[in-house]
Design a protein around this ligand. Sequence first.
Ligand code: FE2
Length: 422
Amino acid sequence: MSGPLDLILRQGHLPDGRTADVGVAGGHIVAVEPHLAATAPTELDCAGHLISPPFVDAHFHLDAARGLGDRVNRSGTLLEGIALWGDIKPELTVEAVYDRAMAYCDLAVAQGIGAVRTHVDICDPRLVAVEALLAVREAVRPYLTLQLVAFPQDGYLRDRDAAPLLHRALDLGVDVVGGIPHFERTTAEGDASVVALCRLAAERGLLVDMHCDETDDAASRHVEVLAREALRHGLQGRVVGSHLTSMHAMPDAYVAKLLPLLAEAGLGAVSNPAVNLHLQGRFDGYPRRRGLTRVPELIAAGVPVAFGQDCVQDPWYPLGTGDLLDMAWIGAHATQLMSQAGLRACFDAVTTAPAALLHLDGYGLAPGCRADLVVLAAADPVDAVRRRPARRWVLRGGEIIAQTAPRDTRLALAGRPIAPRW
Ligand code: FE2
């Protein structure tokens, strides 16, 4: 390390178990050492706190967030959500989508989110959401990284206008190729959409992230075609299957063949635990399936898995707070990843794993990385998942962009401490 520092975070716990000072200069981490002798104009006392790179939401729908209005999804199904969204779309304006999205980005930053991959519905002849979210992407760039996925909500082949609209959206600067094969009219057309969209991504040099097999139907197996096309085009490490919930219902013998194929194809997986616990199992009586993809088995097979939020107060889901530690917490329960290693994997699923799936530059805690950091009142990643504490400081490029006062509960119990110590 040489030269003056702008900022030092003192004596924080790092996710790997070290306790260290983190030195920042010129917007980047320049030193991570047990004790830095240098001083800096700003020093943050991080004793007893966890210093992490920011949370990354691998799967979101920013155009629909808080977009439900007075309507209600009575069946709680994906299909009724799509129908409701179809009613809402003609009423959308660029200004309204922009304002809602900007407000959500404020919330995301306050919760320590540094990057969001948001699907944007291109099945709209006006491309209202595309225009709004491209503007939002530029407006928030200094403090939040947005990656836009061209998402044909009504089906790339099922909606006869989707193909030219998707091409137009990519021409306008949307980043990633999306899809929804299980919503095409037939299995064959679902497979054909995967083939066409992967070819398009290969031709344009773009990443792929498809909604894939978001159903309890064990026969929905588009993910195997997604893997095959990734291999065919040399797209290993560049293709993500989102949801993959049909894997929950598939026969074990088929999954035993599928998992090595996904690993061979370098596929990433995104599970959205809160939303899929809510949407899946709706055609079951009892016992009622959880409907999530097979997260522990994917991880064990070498397939990287991220947890996304998917929705906040939209036609598919009435809750959501922008807190990815909620996703880690509920994901741990839904997938029974409750060992220390499993809980650690749940923390990774909202930090390092999605950062890799999104190909984020300069992400991490090593010298040379961007000084994008979150400081939490937690001893380690497992403690962070357990407590889901306030984000004490959120930094972007070494600047504090959000801070939250710690909880300060006072007990009035005779003979007991003034604050709970658990
Ligand atoms: Fe989604």
